[in-house]
Design a protein around this ligand. Structure first.
Ligand SMILES: C[S@@+](CC[C@H](N)C(=O)[O-])C[C@H]1O[C@@H](n2cnc3c(N)ncnc32)[C@H](O)[C@@H]1O
Length: 232
């Protein structure tokens, strides 16, 4: 009985996703928040990061690129400016409208695709995923999806807020929330049971990516993030 309950709860995020459909108007990001995040993020686009990814993946020109969980599209636009054929994918209609408006008028190639991270489809030369990993339903399955979305010989660049980010955030929370988030973190990290959107540890990310074959992979801790760069 208890085990059954645990199994059902383990799939809570998946069950929720059946009912909360972006194509039927579900948007987890309120417009006011989306606008604030957009203003903040467009001011601090990291051109060094864009150049780094360009150098790592042998240039962007005419390469298909998936910006997975792309938000307001600040990086989608940068990649498209450099000649990439970009697909923006995100759950938020508010961000879709913002990103399409920001890219309008400029001659660039961006396709828009609305949906859960898990509903992304296709094969791409480059996959970019920045600070939205924790919204995935399951870390192992999401890594598998990422792997399958990249062409053989293609590249991935993934930036994940890791446990350092989470523990830093916990410092500002009330004790009850600290306990709640800590329990969920340990459940996900040790038992792969994910009830809520919670950050994975650097160690778990290493384990998750060790199940695939890559021509090259580098997994590095950079302060609050884990950065995963690979060639398939
Ligand atoms: C912190 S923002 C990061 C956005 C962008 N990657 C960036 O670098 O600014 C997190 C993004 O994840 C998206 N998101 C949240 N839950 C999602 C889900 N279940 N499936 C797809 N995208 C999701 C949000 O709409 C938001 O755009």
């Amino acid at each position: 009985m208890k085990i059954h309950f645990l199994i059902k709860v383990k799939y809570m995020l998946k069950i929720k996703s059946y009912f909360q459909r972006p194509e039927k108007g579900y948007d987890p990001v309120p417009l006011a928040y989306a606008q604030k995040y957009t203003d903040f993020e467009f001011k601090k686009v990291d051109s060094e990061l864009v150049n780094k990814i360009g150098a790592f993946s042998n240039g962007f020109a005419n390469k298909t690129l998936l910006d997975l969980g792309a938000g307001p599209g600040q990086y989608s636009i940068e990649f498209a400016k450099q000649g990439a054929l970009v697909t923006w994918h995100d759950i938020s209609k508010n961000y879709l409208e913002i990103a399409s408006q920001k890219s309008r008028g400029e001659k660039m190639n961006i396709k828009f695709s609305l949906g859960y991270l898990e509903s992304a489809q296709g094969k791409f030369d480059i996959l970019f995923n920045r600070i939205c990993w924790y919204y995935c339903i399951n870390d192992y399955k999401f890594a598998g999806l990422i792997y399958s979305l990249v062409n053989s010989g293609g590249y991935g660049y993934i930036i994940v807020n890791n446990e350092n980010w989470l523990f830093n955030k916990l410092k500002t929370e009330k004790w009850i929330k600290r306990v709640y988030l800590s329990i969920n973190f340990w459940l996900n990290d040790f038992f792969d049971i994910k009830f809520i959107h919670i950050h994975p540890s650097h160690k778990k990310l290493k384990k998750v990516f060790s199940q695939f074959h890559f021509t090259y992979i580098n997994i590095e801790k950079e302060k609050l993030n884990t950065v995963i760069s690979f060639k398939k």
